[in-house]
Design a protein around this ligand. Structure first.
Ligand SMILES: *Cc1c(COP(=O)(O)O)cnc(C)c1O
Length: 363
């Protein structure tokens, strides 16, 4: 029997979304970003479904090791790189590629006597001010790289966009311009675009694209859903109706009793909560699908349960299937209701939630 709250991962949708990436970025190589446990979908199972990607990207060394130990043989890029000799040794041992973003990393690379060359991506900071060498340092850093025996050549170039999820923000054009200017004289491969770049910033397309969220069928833009770009949601989160209660005017629901009945109503109690990753910040009226019928959330989200108003879902019965987000109920919409972004909901699905893989082709 399935547990009360479970998720279905649609592998057909995952592969479809990778094809959508290729349509938006024809000719580009795809580095599938599957950090944070594949955005909550399961690192290994996502890597296996997306094996036609040209490379995988993870944030951390340990995520790359998990991929290697599961038999993944594709290129693996560690986006945060390494901060100590131990991590550098692991990158070498598990044949991963590292992002190079600071001089301390170059110090370490210069100090090792390695027979195997380490594959590196040179990251430039074009305005995000998180990771990357300042663009004024490009010539000096490239000289240093060229002198460093342990670094495999050539070294591709990359940068990351800070504001690409806002199609009206000129900072993106500015970043792309800076990147193109400082790298104009360099003939190496380039990578700029994340999902928002791929979907809305044609000038950010280059040799490599780095899609993350769109692989899972979800939009990086707060005002648009993935389906509007031809993407298909990969994961649907399900639960069950646990109880139905008749409440009268004045009855307070849930912790704190903040939500109070204004008219007699049928209350549905659903077996999911923040212990599964349902956001505690979900506001009243956040939609939940009970047997296909939209029911608004009422009262506070607790660890194992949420409560909904079943007034307009008269046929609801105990044990009925509930959809929290996914197909038919966009996670983008739930994120808006919870004052957050879909990324946090996807990454926030907890260990308790069993993920079941299926092939569902709805066209
Ligand atoms: C996470 C990440 C991506 C993917 O971002 P999405 O918005 O999920 O497409 C790409 N590049 C870097 C450097 C990242 O950290």
């Amino acid at each position: 029997m399935k547990p009360a709250t479970f998720a279905v991962l649609n592998n057909t949708a995952l592969r479809h979304n990778l094809n959508v990436v290729r349509q938006y970025a024809p000719g580009a190589k795809v580095m599938a970003v599957i950090k944070a446990n594949g955005y909550g979908h399961g690192l290994i199972r996502v890597a296996k479904e997306l094996r036609t990607s040209d490379a995988f990207a993870v944030a951390r060394v340990d995520e790359g090791i998990r991929l290697r130990k599961a038999g993944i043989t594709q290129r693996i890029v560690v986006l945060e790189g390494f901060v100590c000799h131990e991590e550098l040794a692991l990158i070498e041992r598990f044949q991963m590629e590292t992002v190079l973003h600071c001089d301390e990393q170059l110090d370490m690379l210069e100090s090792i006597d390695t027979a195997n060359y380490i594959n590196c991506w040179l990251k430039l900071d074009t305005g995000m001010h998180r990771l990357g060498f300042d663009v004024t340092q490009v010539t000096r850093v490239i000289n240093r790289i060229n002198q460093c025996r342990s670094i495999a050549k050539p070294v591709p170039l990359m940068t990351h966009l800070a504001n690409a999820d806002d199609v009206n923000d000129s900072a993106t054009d500015q970043q792309i311009k800076i990147f193109n200017n400082v790298t104009a004289h360099i003939s190496e491969q380039r990578s700029i675009a994340n999902s928002s770049g791929i979907l809305e910033w044609k000038t950010s397309l280059s040799d490599w694209v780095r899609p993350g969220i769109m692989l899972f069928g979800v939009s990086p833009f707060s005002n648009k859903n993935g389906t509007e770009y031809g993407l298909k949601p990969a994961l649907t989160l399900y639960s069950k109706l646990l109880a139905i209660k008749d409440l009268k005017v004045g009855d307070a629901v849930g912790y704190g009793g903040l939500w109070v009945c204004k008219r007699p109503m049928k209350l549905g109690v659903i077996a999911t909560g923040y212990g599964d990753g349902y956001p505690r910040s979900a506001a009243s009226n956040t939609p939940v699908l009970v047997n296909g019928c939209r029911a608004p959330l009422v009262g506070r989200v607790s660890m194992d349960m949420i409560t909904v108003d079943l007034t307009h879902c008269q046929s609801a019965r105990i044990g009925d299937q509930v959809v929290l987000w996914g197909e038919e109920l966009p996670v983008e919409e739930i994120a808006r209701c919870a004052s957050t972004i879909p990324y946090t909901l996807m990454c926030g699905i907890t260990q308790r939630v069993m993920i079941i893989e299926e092939e569902i082709d709805r066209n």
